[in-house]
Design a protein around this ligand. Sequence first.
Ligand code: WTA
Length: 628
Amino acid sequence: MGEHIDTLLKVSRVIDPPADLRAHAYIQDYDTAYRQSIADPEKFWDSIARELEWFSPWRQVLEWNYPWAKWFVGATCNIAYNCLDRHVKSWRKNKVAIIWVGEQGEERFFTYAELFRQVNQCANALKALGLRQGDRVTIYLPKIPEQIIAMLACARLGLIHSVVYSGFSAPALRSRIQDAEARLIITADVGYDRGKVIPLKPVVDEAIVQCPTIEKTVVVRREHPGMALSAPNEIDWTDWLADQSAHCDPVPVDAETPLYILYTSGTTGKPKGVVHVHGGYMVGTYITTKYVFDLKDEDVYFCVADPGWVTGHSYIVYGPLLNGATILTAEGKPDYPNPGRWWNLIARYGVSIFYTTPTAIRLLMKYGEDWPRRYDLSSLRILGSVGEPINPEAWEWFHRVTGGTHPIMDTWWQTETGMIMVTPLPCVPLKPGSATKPFLGVEADVVDREGHSVGTGGGFAVIKKPWPAMMRTIYKDPDRYLTYWNTIPNCYTAGDICHKDQDGYFWFMGRADDVVKVAGNRIGTAEVESALVSHEAVVEAAVIGKPHKTAGEMIKAFVILAQGYQESPELLNDLKAHVLKQLGKIAVPQEIEVVTALPKTRSGKIMRRVLKAKELGQDPGDISTLEE
Ligand code: WTA
């Protein structure tokens, strides 16, 4: 990995931002703006927060009791109010907020006024079920506008939403509902995937059998005729909203009130519920969307994420709506019904900002340049990438086929950080493959294990000061929150390996822990291992990430079989089907190898690092703790 990065640094070219873009950008001189922001971060964040509306002001910008932060102390606000009411009161009332395109080619438009109306109706419907501030609502929906409406309606009332990606299977959904102790689940009859119908409601039915806290299930029915629902516990979405008034006062909440829980993978088998709050998260997502993408009222902003993941929360829903943007969101895969899908949407809706992922770019690369060339992409002006390191080949391809001049914002951040942390701004010279420099007000660095800055060189990515959109805790597990702050002294440890070059540019190189990034999705090796050992044929399992041409990484599992089981193609397929059933498609190992022993430390911990080095033909490094 080290050698690879060295060659990268040598070959990399520096690309200056287009002069006209820079001349009209919010931030035209990064170095000065960064220096000022970091000289007094609280002053910087205070001034940004004033661009939004608060019901009552803060006494103090930050209260910092390492590692517990409170931002905008004493203030009251509501993020949904800032996403909607603020615009509905202005000329933006009839501006298009959301353009939604379904997998079957359906098209729906929501102006700010229309979105406001439906969110209010949904909020009243939630109230009618007796839900109160602080209650949790699980949202298990495909990528349809109701997902966004439900999130905003919860926020409006101070309910906590927990969006679960609709590709997760019943056991994975169940554990997330149980941890959150949700009272309500909102789902759909089906989702669509490459033209195939994917039933969702049956997954919910299976999941909630063991979820006593769930009182009702609301179902968005997409198929005709609609599936039968059993009253009174199953409610049709349309009926649910039908008689509700389009007026619902927003609940002013304390700035530190939880907005959502989003479950993400870590180093143990149990997913962690990352908690974000109204006030600080609102300020962080608002300003990063505005400055990183130089978002203006004339823009059409297209982010390909799913609100089931954090990118969807921060950069489809909250950040862009806080800015009063016109957002394009599309259900489905980039190559269905053909590989021109996204290029076609860009041409058709005049997209000017296009935020996508390295894995999607690599997929589209496979289909060749003819596809993008067929469409008029002249509306584009700024591009973005997120989720994993973007390799320079993919970077160059993306840059070239979109016109050869638009800067690519390679944004590095995490579910836990809530907002983009290391990223170019449109005025920053780019190096393909580097996320460049920290965002304003963010003190990011690369350090050794003791927390000493490496200056130039490789080490661990850390954040040295609190930032407003940081997670506040891990739901019901504060000890797990502490691990982020006590791994390396006086820093938030991101878990990423990073290299800083002589110009201070950050080159993120992947995870330092047992997290695999498959097509940008974060999967804990421990989760896949525990799914495997829950199969009767497996006594022990170890999972590693292995480089993969399009997905970035793929999952490889090593398993030890129980007595009486023989390796066979049927058995291996059965194991894959088992993981599919336990966790969902994204977690299924592409390769499974049967072994008779696994490398372990003397204390019995599996050394995945050694397995990985062996698999990739690399030097395993220090193996002094290896048992045999
Ligand atoms: C990785 C996604 C390199 C990183 C927003 C991080 C990246 C993890 C980048 C968080 C990037 C995200 N360059 N690596 N631009 N963006 N990562 O929580 O390893 O799903 O720790 O959040 O993705 O994944 P998560």
